[in-house]
Design a protein around this ligand. Structure first.
Ligand SMILES: CCC/C=C/C(=O)SCCNC(=O)CCNC(=O)[C@H](O)C(C)(C)COP(=O)([O-])OP(=O)([O-])OC[C@H]1O[C@@H](n2cnc3c(N)ncnc32)[C@H](O)[C@@H]1OP(=O)([O-])[O-]
Ligand SMILES: NC(=O)C1=CN([C@@H]2O[C@H](COP(=O)(O)OP(=O)(O)OC[C@H]3O[C@@H](n4cnc5c(N)ncnc54)[C@H](OP(=O)(O)O)[C@@H]3O)[C@@H](O)[C@H]2O)C=CC1
Length: 279
């Protein structure tokens, strides 16, 4: 679909690039000629993903351990990256979520979602943006959000709050940093099955026919999201700024995706809490 060298000459950092959608985007970016840095907390997972990409595609891929909840860690990672060469694109992909009745969330539980998804995303954006602006370099920030930014989402309230805040950041910085040559864009994916999302959002017994209720009758394919991301960060999308593209097969026009959970009994929620306590 794209010319082979679409992303040639671009150095891209993907937060949470070791797994799921982050890894899928990384693979596509390398196929299209980009140089890649991936970060996350699990170094072994990152090294494995980077090694696989190097051996499959022969590209330049490196892995950095970083907990984006920690601003000092983010700064240290950016300093280390910049010592080698500045990045041109930041992909804010790392995030956390789980389903829970909101009234049962402790403050620590709320923070477990808000810290990476909101604060960590802000730290990474600030750390990249301030370096770009100081060096008068251009840049692109692509954040992976959710259709909960449009519909809200019962039972994943801290995630919906954090994603909505990052959408506000995307729109605000489009105006503030656009004149400095930095574009900010976002994708709102619908359901793109990954081990992380299924583990946190789809316990056994939950709405097993959810995929067929999508207007297109299926979940998203990782390659579809990776292609959209490749376009949005490429120079071909150079006039798109402050925009969030929804990629969900039309699902949010029909439902926020949490309606089945409204039917859950107290016993089902009790079972869900107990499963968490055991893990
Ligand atoms: C909306 C759709 C769009 C988004 C999709 C995605 O993001 S898909 C991507 C999905 N990918 C990911 O999410 C990957 C990243 N995920 C992660 O890093 C972790 O799974 C985590 C940070 C979400 C939880 O880490 P952890 O288990 O090590 O937790 P911890 O030990 O640090 O505890 C902190 C506090 O949180 C509490 N608590 C925890 N779980 C639950 C629960 N299920 N239920 C209730 N509460 C819970 C725990 O009890 C504690 O509070 P307390 O008792 O002290 O008052
Ligand atoms: N899959 C889906 O259907 C949907 C996904 N999304 C969004 O897509 C993105 C990717 O999700 P997905 O691939 O499904 O799930 P994953 O769980 O695979 O991805 C989350 C990634 O973030 C990393 N991460 C989490 N916390 C931190 C942290 N504190 N510091 C650094 N890295 C961290 C994880 O690595 P590690 O644990 O090693 O740190 C992991 O690689 C997320 O933003 C998610 O909200 C949105 C809507 C739907």
């Amino acid at each position: 679909m794209f010319e082979k060298g679409l992303l040639a000459g671009k150095r891209i950092l993907i937060t949470g690039g070791g797994s799921g959608l982050g890894a899928a985007m990384g693979r596509r970016f390398v196929e299209l000629g980009a140089e890649l840095v991936i970060c996350g907390r699990r170094l072994e997972l990152l090294e494995d993903t980077a090694e696989k990409l190097r051996s499959d595609l022969g590209g330049k891929v490196s892995a950095v351990q970083c907990d984006i909840r920690d601003g000092a860690d983010v700064d240290a990672m950016m300093d280390a990256i910049w010592r080698e060469a500045p990045i041109d694109v930041l992909i804010n992909n790392a995030a956390a979520t789980f389903i829970a009745q909101t009234e049962h969330l402790s403050f620590r539980a709320a923070d477990a979602i808000l810290a990476p998804t909101l604060h960590g995303t802000m730290y990474c954006t600030l750390a990249a943006g301030s370096r770009w602006i100081e060096a008068r370099r251009k840049g692109v920030v692509l954040s992976i959000l959710s259709t909960s930014t449009i519909t809200g989402r019962a039972f994943t309230v801290p995630s919906a709050m954090a994603k909505s805040a990052v959408l506000a950041m995307t729109k605000s910085l489009a105006v503030e940093w656009g004149p400095k040559g930095i574009r900010t864009v976002a994708i709102a994916p619908g359901a793109f099955p990954t081990a992380g999302a299924s583990g946190q959002l789809r316990p056994e017994g939950r709405d097993e026919n959810w995929a067929s209720r999508n207007p297109l009758g299926r979940p998203g394919e990782h390659r579809e999201l990776a292609d959209l991301a490749s376009f949005l960060i490429s120079d071909s999308a150079g006039y798109i700024n402050g925009e969030m593209v929804v990629q969900d097969g039309g699902a949010h026009l029909r439902s926020s995706g949490a309606e089945d959970l409204l039917q859950w009994t107290d016993a089902q929620w009790e079972k869900q809490r107990a499963a968490r306590a055991r893990s």
